[in-house]
Design a protein around this ligand. Structure first.
Ligand SMILES: Nc1ncnc2c1ncn2[C@@H]1O[C@H](COP(=O)(O)OP(=O)(O)OP(=O)(O)O)[C@@H](O)[C@H]1O
Length: 340
């Protein structure tokens, strides 16, 4: 059952469209990744879900509530990309302060804070936040997002700029939270982590969703596994009956080449051609594209508003946006970007 629904979200800043036609839903207990290059619209999307900024058009619902409603805020934990903390406070004092804001009874708050900081392996809890390392501060910010024991967590770049050990800790912690039934939506640049922890993802580019699904589904939709067939034929022979090959080395006695094909039937066709020329296949290797390779491919292609790839790139500053606004009502003003 979907706990988070996003329907045709759009966000404009002045004449600039930062997010356009964004629709997706997240099931209870899922880890859902929002991926994309710098400026793709990830933070804007997450802020709209957290109720920190108002969409220009479209709607979102978290556990049945509109972002920003007090009932939703109680069920949501948000970790902003930048999380300035009150430098003079200790980690304990800071987290107790936020627990109090959420009306968590003092004893329950103490237990929750202790447990979370223990799991995050945060030492020196009575050290001033201003004297903590970047990684320690990030852990405190994560603990703050959990202080109200939310069902849904929205993490914007939870491990950005941290060392590999701390990063792994945070990614592992995210996985544990999901195992406990929490729903997590997070954005990240590290695609290896995204691939290792996310059930499903959307890839955004230029404000639009350009691919969606599990990493495997996206991989299949973008060519899936490829087969590299290495073969040799006598010099002068025709390696694959006129098909252009990807790599070819002409020697005095033989021509060696590599041909990349998409399925086993094509592999067999190459083999038959090669053997028909008196040559032989010397090796066959499978090549599965990494999420990074797919990302680079889709991030350079235009998108339609449904998350499929389309033929025409939309200009994010088009006049047609103005026409759309007239149909859908006046854009609303941004809510103040305050911390929740
Ligand atoms: N308050 C704002 N006013 C005007 N433009 C904005 C504002 N916030 C974001 N933008 C623009 O909207 C676009 C999307 O920004 P957003 O921060 O959502 O991207 P992002 O995918 O999170 O990028 P990054 O990976 O660099 O954090 C960018 O071009 C950005 O400059």
């Amino acid at each position: 059952m979907a706990i988070l629904e996003v329907d045709s979200l759009r966000k404009e800043y002045g004449g600039f469209t930062a997010v356009e036609g964004s629709s997706f839903s997240v099931e209870r207990g899922e880890v859902f990744g929002v991926v994309g290059p710098n400026g793709a619209g990830k933070t804007t999307t997450l802020k709209m879900l957290a109720g920190l900024i108002e969409p220009t058009a479209g709607a979102a619902a978290v556990a049945g509530h509109t972002p920003g409603e007090p009932a939703m805020q109680r069920r949501l934990g948000f970790l902003p990309e930048e999380s300035p903390l009150y430098e003079e406070m200790t980690a304990n004092g800071y987290l107790e302060f936020f627990a109090d804001l959420y009306d968590v009874p003092a004893e329950a708050a103490r237990e929750r804070i202790d447990r979370t900081l223990e799991r995050l392996d945060l030492e020196h809890r009575d050290r001033r936040l201003g004297n903590m390392s970047k990684g320690m501060k990030r852990k405190v910010a994560i603990a703050r997002a959990l202080v109200n024991d939310p069902d849904v967590l929205i993490f914007d770049e939870p491990a950005s700029g941290l060392d590999p050990l701390t990063t792994n800790y945070i990614i592992e912690f995210t996985r544990e939270l999901s195992d406990e039934g929490k729903t997590i939506v997070f954005s990240a640049h590290n695609l290896f982590h995204v691939e290792s922890v996310c059930d499903r993802i959307v890839i955004m580019n230029d404000g639009r969703i350009v691919a969606r699904g599990s990493v495997d589904e996206i991989r299949d939709a973008h060519g899936g596994t490829k087969y590299r067939v290495y073969a040799t034929v006598d010099a002068g022979g025709d390696p694959v009956a006129g098909d252009p090959v990807d790599d070819r080395r002409d020697g005095d006695a033989a021509t060696e080449f590599r041909h990349v094909v998409g399925d086993m039937a094509a592999v067999e066709a190459v083999r038959e051609t090669v053997e028909g020329e008196g040559g032989r296949v010397t090796d066959i290797q499978t090549k599965t594209p990494s999420l990074e390779e797919i990302f680079l491919e889709v991030a350079s292609e235009p998108a339609d508003s449904n998350g499929g790839l389309a033929s025409g790139r939309s200009d994010r500053r088009t006049e047609t946006d103005a026409a759309e606004r007239t149909d859908e009502g006046e854009p609303t003003e941004d809510a103040a970007e305050a911390e929740p």
